[in-house]
Design a protein around this ligand. Structure first.
Ligand code: FAD
Length: 392
């Protein structure tokens, strides 16, 4: 019997597969798409820390960014700039392919066009029910990992609950004019409660996208028209893509013989919806726990519970504070949002933040708490209680 079935060949699934296969375990990745990297819907922006820890391949790098222009609801632009590089824009489709190549090189096998419809968690094995074209097949292994991203009901079917909250992302590739840096657009007319972006990926191409709880397609169409009218973009390429993003984890991310990682586990920054780095960090913790459990042949829920404990220890506070900030931000009207930024710029809060070593592309918690305590902002924000731990 195989050791591990990994369900999903996105970045977290393939990373986990490469690590486990590299340790000598027999790993099969089941991926419903016929081609890896097909129809990904992601801007591919990651922090330097993520690039240096997991990506490590300059051929995937489209460009680096150390600045962004944020357009407030009033239209006022604010320039954010730091001396050192902040983010790497990577070719997300190629990332999926490269991660899978690494896993294959380490010994993992891939079954493409293989959608897992259900999993049964037995006493001594996991059975996955696969649909491959018109064929149905059952596969068995000692353990399984759900790395199936947002739109998989597998974790829910395994009794682990649904993602606690989610948002829909929409994005289109476009031709661009002279756009030297990432642009971010705020405001209820553009992306209510969230934000929209224009990310230049090459001198002539870029990605326009947004997050929204409702009608993402209508908001995206509106944004594309507006950017076209401003002469910032030309024609859109292929049809826009849409995908859900978990903003809170499901009730549980482990069960007997089963772990859940990545977007499926809600390992996503609730502030921005970015999930590549936290998903990979979650996958690394899953690898360590699973290795021990496989070696000791103890794949009980009790033995695997340490995975959730550890990933929440690493990411829980970030997720808790980030989600709190997200809900607070969503409550702000456009006027309040303009005001918050005006005060933050005029009082030097933005400048101090940009110099603050505690604020990085990936870790926002400490900086959020610091800003939330600024007397100048408390009145406008109307504070909600800050949770100190995830889940509070
Ligand atoms: C518009 C948009 C922009 C984004 N931009 C960024 C960004 O700039 N930076 C960032 O960090 N994050 C971004 N994200 C989030 C990021 O894309 C995800 O966090 C990341 O892809 C999660 O990786 P994953 O491996 O957990 O899941 P996924 O990448 O979703 O991979 C899951 C894989 O599982 C497969 N699968 C699903 N169900 C099954 C099944 N039943 N059987 C077999 N296979 C299955 C899928 O086909 C897929 O290949 C963005 C998301 C959206 C929607």
């Amino acid at each position: 019997m195989r050791d591990v079935l990994v369900i999903g060949g996105g970045p977290t699934g393939s990373y986990l597969a490469s690590r486990l296969a590299g340790m000598g375990f027999d790993v099969l990745v089941l991926e419903r798409r016929a081609r890896l990297g097909d129809k990904v819907c992601c801007a591919g922006i990651i922090g330097q820390e993520c690039f240096d820890s997991f990506v490590l391949d300059d051929s995937l790098l489209l460009r680096r960014a150390n600045s962004a222009r944020v357009f407030l609801p009033s239209g006022r632009p604010i320039s954010l700039w730091r001396e050192e590089n902040q983010a790497c824009i990577v070719d997300r489709a190629a990332l999926d392919v490269v991660m899978a190549e690494r896993a294959r090189a380490a010994g993992a096998e891939y079954a493409l066009s293989s959608q897992v419809k259900d999993i049964q968690l037995g006493e001594d094995r996991v059975t996955a029910e696969i649909r491959n074209g018109g064929h149905q097949q059952n596969l068995e292994a000692r353990a399984a990992v759900i790395a199936a991203g947002f739109d998989s009901r597998l974790a829910e079917r395994a009794g682990l609950g649904k993602p606690g909250d989610f948002v829909i992302g929409a994005q289109a590739e476009v031709e661009i004019g002279d756009i030297p840096e990432v642009e971010v657009y705020l405001g209820r007319e553009t992306a209510p409660g969230f934000f929209a972006w224009l990310v230049p990926t090459s001198p002539s191409k870029g990605l326009v996208g947004l997050l929204s709880r409702r009608k993402p397609g209508i908001y995206l169409e509106r944004l594309l028209s507006s950017l076209r009218a401003q002469g910032k973009i030309g024609m859109a390429g292929a049809e826009p893509g849409y995908r859900g993003i978990s903003l809170r984890p499901p009730d549980r991310t482990y069960a007997r013989r089963l772990l859940v990682v990545g977007d499926a586990a809600g390992q996503v920054k609730p502030t921005t919806g970015g999930g590549i780095y936290f998903g990979l960090l979650g996958a690394e913790i899953a690898v360590r726990k699973l290795k021990r459990a496989l070696e000791q042949d103890d794949l009980s829920a009790r033995s695997l519970a340490g995975y959730e404990k550890e990933w929440k220890k690493k990411l829980g506070k970030e997720l808790g504070v980030g989600y709190w900030a997200r809900r607070l931000y969503e409550r702000l009207s456009d006027r309040q949002l303009d005001r918050v930024f005006e005060i933050a710029v005029d009082n030097g809060i933005v400048e101090a933040l940009l110099k603050d070593k505690d604020l990085s592309f990936d870790w926002h918690g400490k900086a959020i708490l610091r800003v939330a305590r600024q007397k100048a902002l408390v009145g406008v924000l109307g504070m909600m209680k800050v949770p100190l731990q995830f889940g509070q």
